[in-house]
Write a protein that binds this ligand. Structure first.
Ligand SMILES: NC(=O)c1ccc[n+]([C@@H]2O[C@H](COP(=O)([O-])OP(=O)(O)OC[C@H]3O[C@@H](n4cnc5c(N)ncnc54)[C@H](OP(=O)(O)O)[C@@H]3O)[C@@H](O)[C@H]2O)c1
Length: 243
């Protein structure tokens, strides 16, 4: 098992979009490390089912794995989540902004694009992580880890055509990562972005070469960084990559 900072072993973590895919796996791995994990899901029943499934399949400590209904684009849901975390735990140590969508129509191009696709994509992939950070960072009390699940498709250094709204949203999420990291510099809140690679999930599809476990690994590593670890970085397979 990987090393975890002592203060992180009993930490409280929120993972968005935790009912399936990479988010569910990040939650499973954090719970197995001893964290109290709140797997959020916009469908409460799916969140409950994910907690049950993880408990049965992986033997995680399910008492530590709970769910909370969160549509990430809902200001009311975010407010309710912050109140829930404050009342139940009194603090938050880890926030993983994992929920994301890729809704560019097949073959879509920025030239001639339907702007509503961009608005919807940015609401979920950029503005929701920003709103969640705004609402939950005060619960970190100057000590925490924020992980933004980004994508290699957001790398400016590799930018090309294809899925333009998704690409732009992940580039913006990367910018948000750097901005927040700069705003909290001097505290022990470490803010990083990561790419899971091309992962077999509903979004990645059946031909993706990477497993959920591989896709989740770097997010879990960033969520358990020791004090003084990197902040404001972009990582793949636990190593920095270009923006
Ligand atoms: N799979 C890949 O190859 C890949 C590659 C690079 C980056 N990523 C990133 O990794 C993250 C997870 O992707 P994945 O492959 O696990 O995708 P996925 O299988 O499609 O799962 C997406 C998760 O996000 C949730 N979600 C989407 N919109 C939401 C909203 N408005 N409110 C609340 N939850 C919402 C979904 O909930 P529902 O079940 O309710 O829809 C689901 O739990 C995303 O940020 C994605 O961009 C994935």
């Amino acid at each position: 098992m990987r090393e975890v900072a002592a203060s992180m072993s009993d930490a409280v973590a929120v993972v968005t979009g935790g009912n399936r895919g990479i988010g569910s796996e990040i939650g499973r791995q954090l719970a197995r490390l001893g964290m109290q994990v709140v797997l959020t899901s916009r469908d409460a029943a799916k969140g409950e089912a994910a907690c049950r499934r993880i408990g049965e399949e992986a033997g995680a400590d399910v008492a530590r794995l709970t769910t909370f209904k969160l549509e990430v684009t809902s200001a009311d849901d975010i407010k309710a989540l912050a109140a829930h975390i404050a009342a139940k735990f009194g603090r938050l140590d880890v926030l993983v902004n994992n929920a994301g969508i890729q809704i560019d129509p097949k073959g879509s191009r920025a030239l001639g694009a339907d702007l509503q696709i961009y608005r919807d994509t940015f609401e979920t992939n950029v503005l929701a992580p920003l709103a969640l950070i705004q609402a939950l960072l005060p619960l970190m009390k100057k000590n925490g880890r924020i992980v933004n699940v980004s994508s290699g498709l957001g790398q400016l250094s590799e930018m090309s055509s294809g899925t333009p709204a998704y690409r732009m949203s992940k580039t913006a999420l990367n910018a948000l990562t750097r901005i927040v990291a700069a705003e909290v510099r001097g505290s022990n809140i470490l803010v990083n972005a990561m790419s899971p690679g091309w992962v077999k999930s509903d979004m990645g599809g059946p031909y993706a070469p990477r497993t959920l476990e591989q896709g989740a690994d770097t997010a879990v590593w960033l969520a358990t960084l020791p004090d003084g670890g990197p902040s404001g970085g972009f990582f793949y397979e636990r190593a920095p990559i270009t923006w």
